[in-house]
Design a binder for this molecule. Structure first.
Ligand code: HDD
Length: 730
């Protein structure tokens, strides 16, 4: 290869950072190059194996064939046991202000520092090839390549977890994964083993409310919150500690899709979230999140109605506000999915000086699991040498050898203390950045037990429910009814109803009604079946206190950011004869606001406008689907309107957009198309006069409204009231 040639010859310019620059030395780009074997021998014929005569057997001597096939045979590695399906991106993080009063972590103390990050989003239960839109928790794992080593914030898009102790994690995962006899269902919690487990595990009640909420079906990875879940510690240079909960707040707001839509997307585009993230970054619409922290002074550890060490509890933002301390921007797609997204190895135990752990029993167990899993997944102890996992600063220690060792360690010594090499590599004083664990005082007996402070299993589940809008509550009822409806074992359904009634009578009643069951009376003390063998039932009984906080605004998505249409996808339905002026005005306005606009027509290629202009079509009614867009606009033009009125797929497009509560706009001339929909009869008589922002439907000749008001409608995301006001058919 020409030594002077840049390695990435075809790469569009995307921002570089310290980490991506370091990855450059591992990048290979074959543009304009000769084909070679793995050992550098130029290959003359890669299309025919070496044979004994034209029609003869293949020769063992064919080293080119053997190398190619052998490598192919070994291409796969085990997928992650959980979070197998994911997508990732590079980016940068910058802190807003010096946080040194709280933490000595250098990347949080220097507002001038730009820290490279690699972020992987994932679903939990499905396999690598499963759909993005499964009802599931989403992983939100961030690797910060700091100047003091890698810090991994391995969180989720929900702030709590199913279980309080790691020892139950394999049980939880076995229960939610496809059932072991028939490997069904893929990427779904709607089956017997999951709910059998959950119904005996009341500590999962809070998490289950999140999982049955719309948080489990995000519109985009870019529109999700992220949470570190556990309470961690910040430690400053004086060794003073405080408790900290980490949050990621998306600048586009937190948005979801409808459940029916999610199921449809799973068929139309199972890569919906992956594509969305990739496309947004390629288009320069870089996703951004602010890093938030909730700080609790050590002295306040016991001030709360819940235990800070209990991972099934959040700290309501009303009690401890979230301070936004920095911003993360994802601005570069990976070059290679396997090398980067698949081989990245996160570990909740990768911390830097200034960040430390607490005794949360779930966190403590995770500290063991993550390195262990990489050993089997990535094949040995040198996975930290895989380019994406390397820190941006040099690594020096006495660890040696092992499978696939890359580093060539020079010198005679690989032990310490040593005299031969003057004790290098040296231990580092704290003042020079040596990691010192927080010196927490401990005086305890060894015991397998849980603290009584962990046994309130319902009050925050209720807090979450109470904090939801009516539409969100209805979606939760529907989600329970769907999931439990898929459970075959009636006793499992019944037990879950007995759990739900501990959270909320109306919720339990509505789900019982949908299941056609009565709610059994199971005493609170008998609900928890996770008992030790010599069962001290009393010690393990759930309690159900009222909880002094009734509502927490931050828990609802109804109150999220709704003033931007950046990167939202808008469909314009058009055919030959479309009114080119209005189409262009609306399109240009939307694009200027940062939206992505696609013209969808009965066929691909070009359509001819009423004024004889050629308009390029982005998708046909066959290749596009309403569920892949956030809003739809139908311009006028007699022939276009006539054609679309007779197009079943165009009418279906609009019907679905209506059903999924999306913004719909049309030129008055295009009313005829809307009249062919099932919701035509239900259009408010006064639709043209200012109901748009309430109803989400705008039909007008007023071009100003078609631009400005339409944009405001799209920013509102969904008009969920439609579900309540009108019956929407499937
Ligand atoms: Fe975990 C992966 C998040 C509890 C064991 N976990 C994994 C990933 C995320 C989380 C985002 C994917 C990382 C990536 O993209 O590569 N896990 C969580 C959160 C938890 C949690 C937020 C609770 C607060 N996890 C948890 C427990 C255990 C594990 C209690 C086991 C003791 N998690 C793993 C694992 C995985 C993993 C088996 C699978 C693949 C991997 O680590 O690299 O070790």
């Amino acid at each position: 290869m020409d030594k002077k040639a840049p390695k990435r010859k075809n790469k569009p310019a995307q921002p570089e950072n310290d980490k991506t620059a370091k990855l450059e030395s591992f990048v290979a780009d074959s543009t304009g190059e000769f084909l070679t074997t793995n050992h550098g021998v130029r290959i003359n014929d890669d299309q025919n194996s070496l044979k004994a005569g034209e029609r003869g057997a293949t020769l063992l001597e064919d080293f080119i064939l053997r190398e190619k096939i052998t490598h192919f045979d070994h291409e796969r590695i085990p997928e992650r046991v959980v979070h197998a399906r994911g997508s990732a991106a590079h980016g940068v993080f910058k802190v807003y202000e010096d946080m040194s009063k709280l933490t000595r972590a250098a990347f949080l103390c220097d507002p001038g520092a730009e820290t490279p990050v690699f972020v992987r989003f994932s679903t939990v239960a499905g396999s690598r090839g499963s759909t993005d839109l499964a009802r599931d928790v989403r992983g939100f794992a961030v690797k910060f390549y700091t100047q003091e080593g890698n810090f991994d914030l391995v969180g989720n898009n929900m702030p709590v977890f199913f279980i309080q102790d790691t020892v139950k994690f394999p049980d939880l995962v076995h229960a939610v994964k496809p059932e072991p006899d028939n490997e069904m269902p893929q990427a779904a919690s709607a089956h017997d083993t999951f709910w059998d487990f959950i119904s005996q595990m009341p500590e999962s009640s809070h998490m289950i409310m999140w999982l049955m909420s719309d948080r489990a079906i995000p519109r985009s990875y870019r529109m999700m919150e992220g949470f570190g879940v556990h309470t961690f510690r910040f430690v400053n240079a004086n060794g003073e500690a405080s408790f900290v909960k980490f949050h990621w707040k998306p600048l586009l707001g937190v948005h979801s899709v409808a459940w029916d839509e999610a199921q449809n997307i799973s068929g139309k585009d199972p890569d919906f979230h992956r594509r969305d993230l990739w496309d947004a970054i390629e288009a320069g619409a870089f996703p951004e999140w602010e890093l938030g922290v909730q700080i609790v002074p050590e002295a306040d550890e016991f001030k709360f109605e819940f235990d800070l060490l209990d991972p099934t509890k959040l700290i309501p933002e009303e009690l401890v506000p979230v301070q936004r301390i920095g911003k993360m921007t994802l601005n570069r797609n990976p070059d290679n999915f396997f090398a980067e997204t698949e081989q990245v190895a996160f570990h909740v135990g990768h911390v830097v000086p200034g960040i430390d752990f607490t005794n949360d029993p779930l966190l403590q167990g995770r500290l063991f699991s993550y390195t262990d899993t990489q050993l089997i997944r990535l094949g040995g102890p040198n996975f930290h040498e895989i380019p994406i996992n390397r820190p941006v600063i040099p690594v020096h220690n006495n660890q040696r050898d092992g499978h696939m060792r890359q580093t060539i360690n020079r010198g005679k010594t690989s032990y310490g203390p040593n005299g031969i090499a003057a004790n290098d590599p040296r231990q580092v004083p704290a003042a020079q950045g040596g990691f010192v664990s927080h010196n927490e005082a401990i005086d305890a007996r060894k015991i397998r037990a849980r603290s009584r402070s962990f046994f309130d299993h319902f009050s925050q589940a209720r807090l979450f429910l109470n904090s939801q809008s009516n539409a969100e509550k209805n979606h939760i009822i529907d989600a329970f009814s769907f999931e439990l409806g898929k459970v075959k074992a009636i006793p499992v359904r019944e037990r879950m109803l007995a759990v739900l009634i501990q959270i909320d009578k109306d919720l339990a009643g509505a789900v019982a009604q949908a299941l056609g069951l009565k709610i059994p009376k199971i005493p609170l003390a008998d609900l928890n079946n996770s008992l030790p063998a010599d069962g001290k039932r009393k010690d393990y009984a759930s309690v159900n206190p009222k909880g002094s906080l009734v509502k927490s605004i931050a828990l609802s998505m109804a109150t999220t950011i709704k003033d931007t249409v950046k990167s939202r996808k808008i469909a314009i339905l058009a055919a030959d004869g479309v009114n080119e002026q209005t189409l262009s005005k609306v399109k240009d306005f939307l694009v200027a606001q940062g939206a992505v606009v696609h013209i969808i027509a009965p066929r691909l290629g070009e359509i001819i406008s009423a004024g004889g202009k050629n308009i390029v079509v982005d998708e046909s009614l066959l290749t596009a689907a309403s569920v892949l867009y956030d809003a739809v606009y139908v311009p006028g033009g007699t022939n276009s309107v006539n054609a679309l009125s007779g197009e079943a797929n165009a009418i279906h497009f609009l019907n679905e957009a209506f059903k999924h509560c999306k913004a719909i706009a049309a030129d008055k001339q295009a009313l005829q198309v809307l009249e062919s929909t099932y919701f035509a009869k239900k259009l408010p008589a006064e639709y043209a006069n200012g109901t748009a922002l309430r109803e989400g439907i705008l039909i007008t000749e007023d071009i100003k409204a078609l631009t400005k008001t339409f944009v405001e409608m799209i920013a509102l995301h969904r008009f969920w009231d439609r579900e309540i006001q009108r019956k929407i058919p499937a």
